[in-house]
Design a protein around this ligand. Structure first.
Ligand code: ZN
Length: 402
């Protein structure tokens, strides 16, 4: 099976661009047919794979994480039907709207956020944008980069939800790059930071997105796969790895030589200066950042959930089995949060699934997303991507991102 699919990838990628004419080949994700239609299409969001073509295509294809994929040779592949929802934006916000997958088309280019794309990619992207903008009547200033719209929940370093979760697609904010893909206008500022809905956690990114043009030769200082970066007193694991800091894709090599993967770190407050951080290839566009653990991601509710700790959208799963929303907890509860309490930040408690109240009834197309969680009677939390709607056990409670 694995051999067969690798052969298909090689075939798809090796076929080369059709000479002269722009064309798109269909290479639909196995997820395509299960994705619901989008009700509106207001934005186009541009991404960079942050890894080489083959591995990136395999991941995007199997998970249905983009509508289009543009290889370095200019070949364009259809991964998800443009009328359906693709899971490309993850935790996202723009002009106060959240979950932009429901109102946007995602285009993924093989490349890196701080490197130029190829001449063939410029040509293909320009034509693809021209067609999509015409079909959906999307103005230039609504062609955005993933780094513009992605945001992160509070964490041990940021007390509020913040922009700067990733730098994906950053180069597509540069005036010189936009001109080459036929775009004359771009957003002048971050509407959600300006309105106070988010804080800005990456000044350099904001400068590149909205400031004056910076020469592409200027160092962007953001690590790419394979790079090793040394932590200093002022540089945190989040600064280096962003939304991947606590995943298995990142390795921390402590000054004493000990190595540990991001998903095994037990206390983010105790990563010493001098630790070397090695980024692997991005395994997914939007790592599931959702489940935080008291004792590991911070000692207190404030450290783990920031200023959102007492909101109805922060949910606590106690080791003894109790489940409480932040707004149901007393100051006393917060003072004595046990280690190993799991925390979801920015989530809606959808309540229990019952006869006549299905997962789809509760959270709509989000029911099978990897960041939707099912709390089973045995207290386990199962991701939506790992559950079958016809066999959800009784007494299951569902939580989905708001
Ligand atoms: Zn992206």
């Amino acid at each position: 099976m694995k051999r067969v699919s690798l052969a298909i990838f090689s075939l798809v990628l090796a076929a080369g661009p059709a000479r002269g004419a722009f064309n798109i080949a269909s290479y639909y994700s196995p997820r395509n047919s299960e994705r619901p239609p989008r009700n509106s299409t207001e934005y186009i969001i541009l991404h960079t794979t942050e890894g080489p073509a083959r591995g990136s295509l395999r991941k995007l294809h199997s998970r249905g994480e983009a509508h289009y994929f543009i290889n370095t040779d200019g070949r364009v592949l259809r991964i998800i039907d443009k009328r359906r929802v693709a899971f490309h934006a993850g935790r996202s916000m723009w002009e106060g709207k959240t979950d932009l997958d429901n109102c946007s088309i995602g285009i993924e280019l093989v490349g890196y956020h701080d490197r130029d794309i190829t001449a063939a990619q410029y040509a293909a992207l320009k034509e693809l944008l021209r067609q999509l903008q015409e079909i959906y009547k999307i103005p230039d200033e609504k062609v955005l980069t993933h780094s513009m719209v992605a945001y992160g929940p509070p964490n041990v370093w940021h007390k509020r939800s913040h922009r700067g979760r990733k730098r994906c697609g950053m180069l597509f904010a540069r005036d010189s790059v936009r001109r080459k893909i036929g775009l004359n206008r771009k957003p002048a500022f971050d509407p959600d930071v300006r309105a106070g809905r988010l804080i800005n956690a990456d000044g350099q990114l904001a400068m590149i997105l909205y400031g004056r043009e910076i020469s592409p030769a200027a160092p962007a200082a953001a690590p790419t796969p394979g790079n090793a970066v040394i932590l200093t007193a002022g540089k945190t694991a989040w600064d280096v790895a962003r939304d991947r800091y606590n995943t298995a894709e990142v390795v921390y090599r402590f000054p004493d030589g000990k190595e540990i993967r991001g998903d095994r770190v037990t206390d983010w407050n105790r990563i010493p200066a001098g630790t070397v951080v090695v980024l692997g290839e991005a395994a997914t566009e939007n790592p599931v950042d959702a489940i935080r653990v008291i004792g590991r991601d911070g000692k207190t509710a404030l450290e783990v959930a920031g200023e959102e700790y007492a909101l109805a959208t922060t949910v606590y799963f106690f080791p003894d089995g109790r489940v409480r929303r932040g707004d149901e907890m007393t100051p006393e509860d917060f003072k004595s949060l046990p280690v190993e309490t799991r925390v979801l930040v920015g989530y809606v408690d959808g309540g229990y699934i019952k006869n006549g109240r299905s997962a789809f009834d509760i959270c709509g197309p989000r029911w099978n997303r990897p960041d939707t969680y099912y709390r089973l009677a045995d207290r386990s939390l199962v991701a939506g991507s790992g559950i079958s709607e016809t066999s959800i056990p009784r007494k299951t409670r569902v939580f989905f991102r708001n």
